[in-house]
Design a protein around this ligand. Structure first.
Ligand code: CA
Length: 496
């Protein structure tokens, strides 16, 4: 990357020198296409940060992501900021495409809606418009529901997954990868490209072929270290769709069944991502393409007694983020970063100015070793019911509606199992972190109260009846794969 920055800087100097004798030249020429890297963003759906073998999970099989990790740069503390909707994918993918916190989407409202949607405005800077203007060919292919649908039409090429075919073939990601390889083979331009592959896996329904399922012994899959049968209090979102994917209490056997489905799907996805990487080599693009691997949010799957991602625990807001390619060194960073930092990072790689007013910060200086961080602390939010902040070590979670806080020392307790908020020795720390939380709220324009007049009783008892099958979770169970198959209508409308 230093190489590209240097070349671009040299070009600017050269062009400015010409400007002294040729006043008609008012702006710097763009660097030649060959000097700028292609950017391939491989973006999965609901993939926890701890689901890559090379990053410390011996139970999962991900050989292609392992190779990416072994040659690339890993962000150990990459996050989403949270969500203003149970459909966490939706603001996550809009923040990714716009480089803005979802709190700043409010300027854009659908004309027929009283309330703002969690969509970024297509009229403000975004990945396809900015990179396209910079001379990139832009390509998107991915899930249709709960995504940045107002920005996708701005790509030169954009299309959506036909969910029905994905369900039938049991090959996670194959359709998106097949089309991407076809695109790479038949491009008719020498422009650099930015390719955004927005996979719909390993989000449920978790269907994968038997070959991937047979790679695991279900009984040997370890439970999450923070597994609980039931979440110990009402976090404000206890019976949302994802939570109804498994009855209460969540038994160890049930969680292993879900993890088996999940891991097999990730292994299948890894296989097809590997085919994509091979295609880059076959087309002579491997040495000039920066690959970014990330996911739109994590998932509980038994952690803290939860199933979904509608919380601000690490398992749900932390995401995998790996960068590899030309001039990207092998290494890692503990810097606190968000996915919305990727847009300005892409701008720097592309040699084009970062648009003003973005919330994201370019990660290029961290990758190049010129800087250790882009922010000192990180803030997380879930609708109006959960808020959290973290610094290098500590994380404070606040549940205002039940007047409850949790304090975790992430340096010794990364799984958030030992709540220290009742320890009198931590009172000043909690007070300080609450102030920090308020400062974040002021900066973002987040008006959710952190204190309410009459807090609700935080105790929670699971529903007596079995989880109800509604439109969102209706379907049938495939006895062979033991995976839930959803009706297509629901999938097209998306699910949380
Ligand atoms: Ca998701």
């Amino acid at each position: 990357m230093m190489q590209y920055c240097f070349k671009y800087a040299l070009l600017l100097v050269t062009t400015c020198s010409f400007a002294l004798v040729r006043p008609v030249v008012a702006v710097a020429e763009k660097p030649a296409a060959v000097e700028r890297p292609n950017i391939l963003l491989v973006f999965t759906d609901d993939q926890r940060a701890d689901t890559i073998h090379a990053l410390g999970n011996p139970a999962i099989i991900t050989p292609n992501l392992d190779r990416l990790t072994e040659r690339g740069f890993v962000f150990n503390n990459a996050y989403i900021m949270g969500s203003n909707s149970p459909a966490v994918c939706l603001p996550s993918r809009n923040m990714l495409m716009s480089g803005r916190a979802y709190f700043h989407f409010r300027r854009y409202k659908l004309p027929d809606r009283r309330h703002p949607f969690p969509y970024a405005s297509p009229e403000e800077p975004n990945v396809p418009t900015t990179l396209g203007t910079a001379g990139y060919e832009t390509y998107h292919h991915g899930k249709k529901g709960n995504t940045a649908r107002r920005i996708h039409p701005l790509f030169d090429h954009t299309k959506y997954v036909t969910h029905h075919s994905v369900l039938k073939n049991g090959q996670p990601g194959k359709v998106v990868v097949d089309r991407a390889i076809d695109f790479l083979k038949h491009r008719k331009t020498d422009k650099p490209f930015v390719m955004y592959l927005a996979f719909s896996e390993p989000h449920d329904p978790r269907v994968s072929a038997q070959e991937y399922r047979d790679m695991y012994d279900r009984d040997e899959i370890p439970l999450p270290k923070n597994y609980l049968p039931i979440h110990p209090f009402d976090n404000g979102e206890m019976t949302i769709r994802d939570e109804r994917l498994e009855k209460w209490p969540r038994t160890k056997d049930a969680i292993r069944r879900h993890l088996h489905d999940y891991y097999a799907m990730i292994t299948g996805l890894d296989h097809h991502i590997g085919r994509l990487f091979q295609a880059l080599k076959d087309q002579g693009l491997y040495d000039n393409t920066i690959v970014v691997f990330a996911s739109d949010n994590g998932l509980a799957l038994g952690s803290h007694g939860l199933m979904g991602k509608q919380s601000v625990y690490e398992h749900s807001v932390k995401v995998p983020l790996i960068v590899a390619g030309p001039s990207i060194p092998h290494g890692d960073s503990d810097a606190l970063v968000y996915l919305l930092d990727l847009f300005p990072t892409f701008c720097e790689w592309a040699g084009t100015p970062v648009p003003e007013e973005l919330d994201g910060k370019s990660l290029a200086p961290i990758i190049a070793g010129r800087s250790e961080k882009v922010r000192d602390t990180a803030f997380f939010a879930y609708r109006g019911v959960q808020r959290a902040v973290r610094d290098g070590c500590w994380k404070l979670i606040c549940y205002p509606r039940i007047d409850r806080t949790q304090l975790f020392d992430l340096s010794t307790d990364p799984d958030e199992t030992h709540d220290l908020s009742a320890d009198p020795a931590q009172a000043r720390r909690i007070e300080s972190m609450m102030k920090l939380m308020r400062r974040w709220q002021e900066r973002l324009g987040d008006d959710a109260p952190l204190v309410v007049d009459q807090p609700a009783d935080g105790r929670w008892t699971p529903p007596a009846r079995k989880p109800k099958k509604n439109k969102a979770i209706s379907g049938r169970r495939n006895d062979r794969s033991r995976s839930i198959v959803f009706n297509e209508v629901n999938l097209l409308h998306g699910s949380p």
